[in-house]
Design a protein. Sequence first.
Length: 268
Amino acid sequence: MAIGSFNGPTLESARAAVEAAQELGVPLILQHAPAHDPYISLELAGKIMLALAEQATVPVCVHLDHGDSLETVMRAIRTGYTSVMYDASGKPFEQNLQETRKIVRMAHAVNVSVEAELGNLPHNFHGEMTDENPEAFYTNPEDARRFVKETGVDALAIAFGTVHGVYKAKPKLSFDVIRRVREATGGLPLVMHGGSGLSDEDYRTAIACGIRKINYYTYEALAGGRGIYQAVADHPQGLYFHDAAMAATAAMREDVLRILRIFSGGGQ
Ligand code: 13P
C-alpha cells in the first residue's frame, strides 16, 4: 500500500481527508506546502493539522511539503510538524546533496524524519505546466543510490513522469524508473508527487513498483469546487457560507475516500 498525503490549505480539505481515512481505518499524512502560504501560514496550518491529528482515530502525521529553505524547515519543526520535506531538486546535484545532508542531521536530532527530492517535476502549484517532455526530468537511479547513502534521508520523492496540477495530456510514466530507483536505494520508501489525476491502474502499478507515499491535492480541491457549484445550484434563494463549506467538505471526502481505497489495495 501507499500512504496518502493530502495538502491542507483549508480546514475543509484537511477535515475531509481525516474523515475519509477514519472511515477506512487507514493511516494518513496531512501536509502544508509554502506554495499555499497566501491561503494560510505554515504555523496556523500546522496547528490545525496537529489538532486534527490528535483527535483522529487513525495515525496521522503532519508533514512539511516542499520546504524551500533551512528557515522554513526550522519553522515547521518548531510548530510541531512530525516530518519535513527539503526540496532542493531545482539546484545542482552536489548542492542538493550537501544541503539535504545538513537538514537530515538537524531534523534527526529532534526525531523528525526527512523526505528529499531528486529529479524534477516540471511544474509548481501556480506556474505554467510544462509537461511536454517529462523524460528529461526523470530521477537517475545511480544518483539516487549515492544521494540516499550520503544524506541519510528517510524517503525520496522521484520524478518518473507525474506533474503537479491538472494533466493537460495523458502522463508519460516510467514504472521502470521506480523499480530501478527502489533497487538502487535498498527499498527506501519512494514518494510520488503530482499524485492526483492518474488512472486507478497507474496507481496500482506505481505502488507495486515501490511508491509508498502519494501526494494528492489538485483533484480533491476540484471536487470541493464542484461541491460548491452544486450547492449554489440547489439553493437559488441564497446559500450560507458554512453550508457551502460543508458541501465542499462532503465532496472532497468522497474524492479522498475513493483514492484511499485504491492506495490501500482495495477498490478493485
Ligand atoms: P497534485 O497537484 O497532483 O494533486 O499533487 C500534489 C503534490 O504533489 C503536492 O506536493
